[in-house]
Ligand binder design. Structure first.
Ligand code: ATP
Ligand code: LTN
Length: 331
C-alpha cells in the first residue's frame, strides 16, 4: 500500500470547506493508502496564538477528524510536537536550503509586499519544517491545497539536493492537488474561498456552529437577481457554490439538482441546501460529543505518536549517520 501524508494547521475552527475539500477526502483515502495525518501545531506558532484558543483549536481539530471518520486503527494520527524528530530534521534541512529559495516563497513574498512588520524568523523558515514533516515518513503522495503546492515543490528540491550530496535517503513526494470543484466559496462573498481565518464569519460555516446558526447563514447566502437555478460560476457564483455544496453533501449530480430546483425560487433551494448542511452538522456533532465524552483523545494521540516516532527516529538516525553527525559514520 502506498503511503500518503498530510498535515493540517489548527489555526482556527474547522469549516465546511475543510470538510469537503480535505477531511472527507482523507477518510476516503484510508481505503487505498497507508495514511499519516498530523496536526501541525508547531506551524501555528509562526504567528502569535492565544494559548487558550490554540489549545481549544487543537482539541476540536483532532476530535473532528475522528468524528469525520478518520480511524486511528487504520491511520496514524498524531500531534506534530509530540514527535520531536520533526524539529530536529527541520533544522538539518534548513541547513540544506538556501535563503534565495525561502525568499521566493509566495507566502513570504506576500507578507513582505504588504509591509508586515512583525514577521517572525519561524515564519520565514517554516517551509523547511514542512519539508521535514514530509520527508521523515517517505510518503508517495502529499494532498495539499493549491497554496501549499510551492512548499511541496521546495520539499522535493531539498530532498533531491540531499540525496545527491549524501546518497539516496529520501523518497521524492508528489503533491496531490484537489480538483477545481473542491473549492467551497464564502457564503457572503462567493468569489472568495470559504476560509477559517475569515474575519467575517457570516460567510463561513464552522463544523461546530449550531445547526440553527448554520441554517441562517445558508438562508442569507449572497445570490443574484437572475432568478434561475443554473450552474454558472461566472455569472451566478452564489448559486453555483450552493449547488456544489448540495451536490458534495447529498451525492447527487449538479445536473440532477438543477433539473429539480430550477423554477422553484431561491428560497426553496436554499432551504434544501440548509437541510443537507444541518444533517451533516447534526451527525458530526453527535459523534464529536461522543468522542469528547469517551475522553479518548489523549490515548489516540499517544498511540499515534508512538507509531510515528518509530518511523521518524529511523529516518533521523539514517540522516544523522549520512551527514556525519554520529561517531559510527567513521566505521
Ligand atoms: P486559512 O483560511 O487560514 O488559510 P484554510 O482553512 O484554507 O485556512 P488549511 O489548513 O490550509 O487552511 O486547509 C486545510 C485543508 O482544507 C487544505 O487541504 C485545503 O485545501 C482545504 N480547504 C480549505 N478551505 C477550503 C475550501 N474553501 N474549499 C475546499 N477545500 C478547502
Ligand atoms: N503548511 C501547511 C500545513 C502543513 C502540512 C505539512 C501539509 C504542515 N506540514 C506537511 C502537508 C504536509 C498549511 O499551512 N496548511
Amino acid at each position: 500500500m502506498k503511503r500518503m501524508l498530510s498535515g493540517i494547521k489548527p489555526s482556527g475552527q474547522l469549516t465546511l470547506g475543510n470538510y469537503i475539500g480535505a477531511l472527507r477526502e482523507f477518510v476516503k483515502y484510508q481505503n487505498d493508502y497507508e495514511m499519516i495525518v498530523f496536526i501541525a501545531n508547531l506551524h501555528t506558532l509562526t504567528v502569535y496564538q492565544d494559548p487558550q484558543e490554540l489549545s481549544t483549536n487543537l482539541r476540536d481539530t483532532i476530535a473532528l477528524y475522528l468524528a469525520c471518520g478518520l480511524d486511528p486503527k487504520r491511520s496514524t494520527i498524531f500531534m506534530q510536537s509530540d514527535v520531536m524528530q520533526h524539529a530536529q530534521l527541520g533544522f538539518i534541512l534548513s541547513c540544506n536550503t538556501y535563503m534565495g529559495e525561502l525568499n521566493r516563497m509566495t507566502q513570504y513574498k506576500d507578507k513582505l509586499a504588504k509591509g508586515e512588520e512583525s514577521m517572525t524568523s519561524g515564519f520565514y523558515v517554516y517551509p523547511t519544517l514542512m519539508a521535514a514533516d514530509i520527508l521523515i515518513y517517505d510518503p508517495a503522495f502529499v494532498p495539499v491545497g493549491e497554496d501549499q503546492k510551492q512548499h511541496v515543490e521546495l520539499t522535493r528540491d531539498v530532498a533531491i539536493r540531499f540525496n545527491n550530496r549524501y546518497g539516496e535517503t529520501f523518497k521524492i513526494p508528489q503533491p496531490l492537488i484537489p480538483k477545481v470543484g473542491a473549492r467551497v466559496m464564502s457564503l457572503s462573498d462567493p468569489t472568495k474561498k470559504m476560509s477559517k481565518s475569515d474575519a467575517l464569519d457570516k460567510g463561513c460555516i464552522y463544523l461546530l456552529d449550531t445547526p440553527e446558526a448554520a441554517r441562517k447563514k445558508v438562508m442569507s447566502a449572497v445570490t443574484d437577481t437572475l432568478g434561475k437555478i443554473a450552474f454558472d460560476p461566472v455569472n451566478q457564483p452564489g448559486i453555483a457554490n450552493l449547488l456544489q455544496i448540495h451536490s458534495a453533501l447529498s451525492g447527487r449530480s449538479i445536473e440532477d439538482l438543477v433539473r429539480e430546483f430550477d423554477g422553484q425560487g431561491y428560497g426553496t433551494f436554499k432551504k434544501a441546501v440548509a437541510e443537507e448542511v444541518v444533517n451533516l452538522l447534526n451527525t458530526l456533532q453527535a459523534r464529536y460529543r461522543d468522542i469528547m465524552d469517551q475522553g479518548i483523545l489523549d490515548q489516540v494521540l499517544s498511540e499515534g505518536a508512538a507509531k510515528a516516532r518509530i518511523m521518524a527516529e529511523a529516518k533521523l538516525q539514517d540522516v544523522q549517520r549520512k551527514i556525519g553527525l554520529t561517531i559510527d559514520a567513521t566505521q
